[in-house]
Design a protein around this ligand. Structure first.
Ligand SMILES: [Zn+2]
Length: 428
């Protein structure tokens, strides 16, 4: 089931500014929402979005308040939450205001260091992950607005400002540097990416380990607050005690479910493949169909990987063949000695007719990986794989999965074109 483009737009921040809690708080939509608490002494900002959206967030903020920013809090160190600061710094300089305090978890500082070390790699992987966006993702941690107040371990940090209490909680979930904010006077939670309004991004195929059980615990500690409002890291304001409780509790339930069921199967001595396919069978409809658990960005399948990876090493098949595997091209070549490529192509076409697209990909890979000579069979296999990938992408809902599949199809295009031209010139 495809998710409506309107729902996707709203979830990814194309929403009007919401002012709530007696006009004291604002949610400014962006890819990475910006939360604002307006006090008589100035503003407290929770997240400052990504670099390309900094000017948009700045304009929208200045439409609701002209007060100086006194605190910036980073929910975590991802590029869509703390890199849109440039227009704000320009304004501070122009107006001669004092620099705000910047609050983050100690692991956020380590994250920035890691991003600098792996700068080119992160640029590449984010280009892969966000390939379908019209605006290219700018990712660089060489310019950061570094924290001035650093929260350590799982400490709770509370400060008073402008007549309000700001209670910051350290949790793990999508990251190990998450902070969420509770403002008791207004009963508002600012959740960062612990709440993304769709299935938690808990098993991202490109990125480091995430923490499903801790995620559930974070949801449970938020529930204790009995909040009236919840500002998610992505998506619209969540309003009303019951609604807030419902989205927190369903997210906790999903995270507990995937965690506990994978753990149970690990204890039963099962390997990844069996666990994965069993998990697909038992995914409850209640979780599958909940509007706050739609697989828009991450998905349930990725979450299964996250739990397994959290507790297991890289040897995940239980088959010693896979301990020191041969090159996939060499394996494919041996298969092609048994039956020629035409047979594999024929079988791939049959499986496509039967709707078994994934099996067709495995069959086509034998031809693609095992064929050195440039022939029409290879061309046909490449074209067919590209078509199957596009077909799969058309029914995929997860943004990350869709991009990975489409990237694969696109990557073949120059090879297909080149091979076509070569074969054409040979036939002349
Ligand atoms: Zn985010």
């Amino acid at each position: 089931m495809k998710i409506s483009p309107e729902r996707i737009r709203r979830t990814f921040g194309f929403i009007p500014t919401a002012t709530f809690a007696d006009g004291v708080c604002h949610l400014i939509g962006g890819f990475g929402n910006c939360g604002v608490v307006e006090t008589d002494e100035g503003l407290v900002i929770f997240d400052i979005t990504m670099k390309p959206l900094g000017p948009k967030i700045f304009r929208d903020l200045r439409n609701v308040s002209d007060k100086p920013i006194k605190y910036i809090i980073y929910s975590h160190g991802h590029f869509d939450h703390c890199f849109g600061f440039a227009p704000f710094l320009k304004e501070i300089k122009e107006k001669g205001w004092e620099m705000p305090e910047v609050i983050a978890h100690e692991n956020c500082v380590k994250r920035f260091e890691k991003y600098r070390m792996l700068d080119k790699y992160h640029l590449w992987l984010n280009q892969q992950q966000f390939a379908s966006l019209k605006t290219p993702i700018e990712v660089s941690a060489h310019e950061t607005l570094d924290p001035t107040i650093i929260i350590r371990g799982n400490e709770k940090y509370t400060f008073k400002f402008g007549g309000f209490t700001f209670e910051l909680h350290s949790e793990w979930g999508e990251t190990d540097d998450s902070l969420w904010l509770w403002v008791p006077e207004k009963k508002v939670i600012f959740a960062g990416d612990l709440m993304v309004s769709h299935f938690p991004n808990v098993g991202n195929p490109y990125k480091v380990q995430r923490y499903p059980k801790h995620w559930a615990l974070a949801m449970e500690s938020m529930m204790e607050k009995n909040a009236d409002y919840l500002v998610p890291g992505h998506g619209e304001l969540i309003e009303g005690k019951e609604k807030v409780k419902e989205v927190l509790s369903i997210t906790a339930e999903a995270m507990n479910f995937v965690h506990d069921e994978v753990v149970k199967r690990l204890n039963e001595g099962k390997w990844f493949e069996q666990i994965f396919h069993e998990m697909l069978e038992i995914f409850p409809d209640k979780l599958k169909n909940h509007p706050y658990l739609l697989p828009m960005y991450g998905c349930y399948e990725f979450a299964i990987h996250a739990v397994y990876r959290l507790y297991h090493g890289w040897y995940d098949t239980g088959n010693p063949t896979d301990l020191f595997p041969a090159k996939s091209a060499d394996v494919a070549k041996e298969f092609l000695k048994i039956a020629d490529g035409a047979k594999f192509l024929e079988q791939a076409k049959k499986t496509i007719e039967q709707g078994k697209l994934q099996l067709a990909l495995h069959l086509l890979d034998v031809i693609i990986n095992g064929t050195d000579s440039e022939n029409t069979l290879l061309l046909e296999a490449l074209k067919l794989k590209s078509k199957v990938l596009k077909q799969k992408a058309d029914t995929e809902t997860s943004f990350i999965a869709t991009n990975i599949i489409n990237n694969g199809a696109l990557a073949f295009q120059p090879r297909i074109k080149e091979l076509k031209n070569k074969l054409k010139s040979q036939n002349l």
